[in-house]
Design a protein. Sequence first.
Length: 155
Amino acid sequence: MPVIKYISITIITFVIMEAITWLTHKYVMHGFLWYLHEDHHRPKYKNLFEKNDLFFVIFAIPSSLLIIYGIKYQLNFLFFIGLGILIYGICYFIVHDVIIHRRFKWFNNIKWRYIQALRKGHKMHHKQMGKDADESFGMLWVPWKYFKEKYTSYN
């Protein structure tokens, strides 16, 4: 398989993961697995970890299995699907836990419009403390209204 196909599979998987994350967040985390996600909607962290962090494991399992089986079969397409999920997971951790929620104080002074809009959209998601949040379920996709709001506030 040519290198461009490897890269394409990884990128396509990464993009698809945003849709999967949105659907999982809306219908699973705010649905039948709310009991794992609800501590994430509390105003303050009482512990370093939350029950919500178990979703990391839930997404890591298929990624790990795909990578392992992809290596077993001489770096076939399964490896690159698993790699796309892994890269998305790393980005999710950095964007959601570090940049948005600031659970780790690594990037506190980012002033990019995109990041500011992303934070605003996520803040609006968290305005509902309960299961019935009604917007901003994705991680990297910024609802246009928040990007536009942050964009016009800089001009």
